[in-house]
Write a protein that binds this ligand. Structure first.
Ligand SMILES: [Zn+2]
Length: 412
């Protein structure tokens, strides 16, 4: 009985996706996929068929799936390796039939597929990169949508910089409360141009209120432990988070900002939150920005066209990204960089202050001032290595030349 319900649900979700979505003409159009009548069989498989052929498959899972296998054209592809909720799989060539060997409890929220027709995929298709071992920028937001409303302009600006990695982490996770917000979170960040898969919030939003107030989360110190772990794990050069005043006074925003402010002062000491220092080592963040922070203020220019977003500005990208948070549209919230906005003091997405720095103060409005991306650092190091080996090789050849000359001379 339950399985029948699931099958109908999946079918209707898939069907609605293909009827609702409208893609730009120049991008690849999704093929119509038929699910087999026993679409989620007793053996936990789903079969997709399309006489038109497909090879580029995009799946949104209900939760984070475990490992699963895609079987097509006699080949098996191991999937689910990165633990992505929104997953893209590409087969070597078009097939008319593919079978999903599902993970235990794995449920598909939606699936779309495209032929190998040489056209780019619609921009809504999310092809995430794994989380980096070290991120240039770590952005920590309380709820999915705070990252967009208050930090979205900064995120889009930094994600647009060539070679810069931006890892976004949330405090609250919604899988047990309003799972659609996890999908909205991904859609929003993708719209900002983020490519690194974001970190899901560790704190269960279903218990957000009473656990925070009852002290079950160690009187908020659990939040400090969490952000300290994030800092040590991702080794960011720049950390960006919310307002100490909680933007419009939201207590969880205040707690997060206070925890980050505390963590960046102490994450370099192994005795502070020792579990994460033992796991990842200690880390000292170069620059930490807080939203709306009054000291060392900068005002971001969110109105420059960004190449990676097809000329869209960071402001427009953040506005578009907020629309992806469909479940949150009933409130008064909006993205603005207008200093004359009546709520500018609470929400202006361009206002930040440098809370802490180990590399000097800013002279302009560029958060990356006095830092070099990890990719560029590697590039410079490689260049130096090449020069060094070239010099060594030249010096070696010269020495060899002198030696042979000397030996030749001695022989006369
Ligand atoms: Zn919030």
């Amino acid at each position: 009985m339950k399985r029948t319900v699931i099958i109908i649900l999946i079918l209707s979700l898939v069907l609605s996706m293909f009827t609702v979505n409208v893609f730009a003409a120049e991008t690849s159009a999704p093929v119509y996929l038929k699910l087999s009548s026993n679409s989620c069989g007793a053996d936990g498989t789903i079969k997709l068929t399309s006489s038109a052929g497909f090879s580029r498959i995009y799946i949104e899972w209900v939760g984070i799936p475990g490992r699963w296998t895609l079987k097509a054209d006699g080949n098996e592809t191991a999937c689910g390796i990165n633990g992505f909720q929104h997953e893209y799989v590409e087969l070597p060539k078009d097939v008319t039939e593919a079978e999903f060997f599902m993970p235990e409890g794995g449920k598909i929220y939606s699936v779309s597929a495209f032929p190998k027709d040489g056209k780019p995929l619609p921009e809504e298709i999310e092809i995430w990169e794994p989380q980096p071992e070290r991120a240039d920028v770590l952005v920590i937001a309380t709820h999915p949508d705070d990252d967009i409303l208050f930090l979205g302009g900064a995120i889009a600006t930094l994600a647009a910089k060539k070679g810069w990695t931006v890892e976004v982490a949330h405090l609250m996770g919604y899988f047990n409360k309003t799972p659609v917000r996890e999908h909205e979170r991904m859609h929003g960040l993708w719209t900002l141009g983020v490519k690194q898969y974001p970190q899901t919030g560790r704190f269960d939003a279903a218990h957000e209120g009473y656990r925070l107030y009852s002290g079950e989360w160690k009187g908020f110190f659990a939040i400090t432990e969490y952000v300290t772990e994030l800092i040590r794990r991702f080794k960011p050069q720049i950390v960006i988070t919310q307002d100490l005043g909680g933007e419009y006074g939201h207590i969880r925003h205040q707690r997060l900002a206070a925890a980050v402010a505390d963590a960046v002062e102490k994450s370099m000491y192994p005795d502070f939150c020792p579990a994460s220092s033992q796991q990842y080592g200690t880390w000292d963040v170069k620059k930490t920005y807080l939203h709306l922070y009054e000291k060392n203020k900068i005002v971001l220019d969110l109105r420059q066209p960004l190449e990676n977003l097809g000329g869209k500005t960071a402001l427009q990208a953040a506005k578009d990204a907020y629309k992806k948070h469909v479940s949150q549209q009933s409130g008064w919230f909006y993205v603005t960089d207008d200093p004359k906005d009546p709520r500018a003091d609470e929400i202006n997405a361009a206002y930040f202050g440098l809370y802490r720095t180990t590399v000097g103060y800013d002279t302009g409005n560029d958060m990356t001032e006095n830092t070099v991306s990890y990719a560029e650092q590697e590039h410079i190091a490689k260049g130096k290595e090449l020069v060094k080996s070239a010099l060594e090789s030249k010096a070696g050849k010269l020495l060899e030349f002198i030696r042979t000359k000397q030996e030749g001379g001695n022989g006369i």
